[in-house]
Ligand binder design. Structure first.
Ligand code: IFM
Length: 472
């Protein structure tokens, strides 16, 4: 136990006790969050914040194409300007550092750094060198994700993730980035949320490139995981000092009743959401139940692929947002049964912190070789407004407190969780929902690009300050 409750008593900030009745955020004195080595940071992704889509030789990505297609994104929003981070990165790093956040998870844009023939685009690379260099100067731990969904459009034109060749192009990209950026990066993640890339991108068409066929989803997933498995040894060779991993978004499925059929439905929900990715990574095989759920969707797998995918990792990034309540569909599948009278966010997602704890403890029991975990995304959208210069995001504060408590419970149950990244540092382009949904702990006025620190960010910052004071 690191925390000494008496050390955090502060007359000016009585909330520093973490008393649940008087303080809306600070973790209780016995929380693992007080450990100095528990990393607390914030996350963003390239297409969601950078803008500058036509600058310095950046090529179009599948999200430029998709968001320009009428009807695909709410209000016709695109990432063309986003948070203008490409031009305002210095101010944004100052913001991050000013809040005392210890770590920053960002992604690099593949179409910004490589041309169609695989040659480096030095202007794009220089942007990331400047950004990461400044983060290092500020002593901020850097987690870099190589692929957060912005596939170069020229690769999609050749089949995208349905084409095995894309996996080899990804390795070229990982090779370039790790040769150019080694020394700036503490942890590399190959992919962000392959479930979303494969299922939302190729399975139901909600995301770019907008295809909808389950067979495509399964094949795209296989090539994504292959790309990951092939890239890890390249990252290790080029940048041995850093950690290497992958980020998966996981979902909790709960049965609508205690019937065997509904319990099986909840299991199947988690098979397609979690085991589809985690079984190949940590067991070297796809869950066979997946192909009972989606008959005829088996991907083409070449000899050696599963061994490649099953490569050891230094960390697993877990992104968690909500649970899905399901019932049997009367056949071999499941159907969503949304619960009435539960707390929901602006996305309509149920607030269900226990799901995070239960998934973490479940993964520990299921996968013998599970590496250390970072919660690489967690947070919520709310319709935040600046009133008299302030943003009182009360629901987010409570959401964060409860999810951090769930992480603490998982740690106490023996799960090796090393850190937590808030999604997101700032409001940004929320994919098919455009700019309407605000996930940031910093508010962005998209007309003026003014950033306003929300109350949640102030409280996280205050906690980090208190925690640092304990170390002295
Ligand atoms: O904004 C996204 C992010 O890009 C990936 N994970 C989920 C977030 C909220 O939907």
């Amino acid at each position: 136990m690191v925390n000494n409750a008496s050390a955090v008593v502060d007359a000016e900030h009585p909330s520093a006790h973490g008393d649940p009745h008087s303080d809306p955020f600070t973790p209780p004195a016995d929380s693992s969050l007080w450990r100095q080595d528990f990393l607390l940071g914030a996350a963003t992704a390239s297409y969601q914040i950078e803008g500058a889509v036509n600058e310095d030789g950046r090529l179009p990505s599948i999200w430029d194409t998709f968001s320009a297609t009428p009807g695909k994104v709410l209000a016709g929003d695109t990432g063309a300007v986003a948070c203008d981070h490409y031009h305002r990165w210095e101010q944004d790093v100052d913001l991050l550092a000013g809040l005392g956040l210890e770590a920053y998870r960002l992604s690099t844009a593949w179409p910004r750094v490589m041309d169609e023939n695989g040659a480096p685009n030095h202007k794009g690379l220089d942007f990331y060198k400047r950004l990461l260099g400044r983060l290092k100067e500020k002593n901020i731990t850097t987690f870099v994700t190589l692929y957060h969904w912005d596939l170069p459009q020229h690769l999609e034109d050749r089949g995208g993730w349905l084409n095995r060749e894309t996996a080899y192009r990804f390795v070229d990209y990982a090779d370039l980035m790790s040769r150019e950026l080694h020394g700036f990066v503490d942890a590399w993640a190959t992919l962000n949320e392959p479930w979303c890339s494969a299922y939302l991108g190729y399975g139901n068409g909600h995301h770019a490139p907008g295809l909808s066929n389950l067979r495509f989803a399964a094949q795209a997933m296989h090539h994504l995981l292959l790309a990951h498995g092939l890239a890890i040894p390249v990252l290790r060779a080029n940048d041995p000092r850093s950690h290497k991993g992958i980020v998966a978004n996981v979902g909790r499925g709960t049965p609508n009743s205690d019937s065997a059929a509904d319990r099986r439905a909840a299991e199947l929900f988690e098979v397609q959401h979690n085991a589809w990715i985690l079984d190949p990574l940590f067991k070297g095989e796809y869950p066979q139940d997946l192909f009972e759920l989606w008959p005829g969707s088996e991907p083409l797998v070449l000899e050696g692929d599963m061994h490649t995918i099953n490569t050891p990792l230094d960390f697993l990034g877990i992104n968690y947002y909500f649970r899905t309540n399901v019932a049997s569909d009367g056949g071999h599948g499941f159907k969503d049964v949304p619960l009435a009278d539960v707390e929901r966010t602006q996305m309509g997602w149920e607030v269900y912190p226990d799901g995070l704890r239960d998934l973490l403890t479940g993964f520990k029991d299921t996968y013998a070789n599970l590496p250390p975990i970072y919660i690489t995304e967690n947070g919520m959208a709310s319709d935040d407004k600046v009133i008299d210069g302030r943003v009182e995001d009360t629901q987010r504060i409570s959401f964060l407190k409860r999810h951090l408590a769930a992480v603490d419970q998982a740690i106490k149950a023996g799960v090796d969780v090393r850190g937590y990244f808030l999604w997101s540092l700032m409001d940004n382009f929320e994919w098919a929902f455009g700019y309407e949904r605000r996930f940031g702990i910093v508010h962005v006025d998209y007309q003026t690009q003014k950033r306003t620190i929300k109350r949640s960010a102030e409280l996280v910052s205050k906690f980090l300050e208190d925690r640092k004071a304990q170390a002295q």
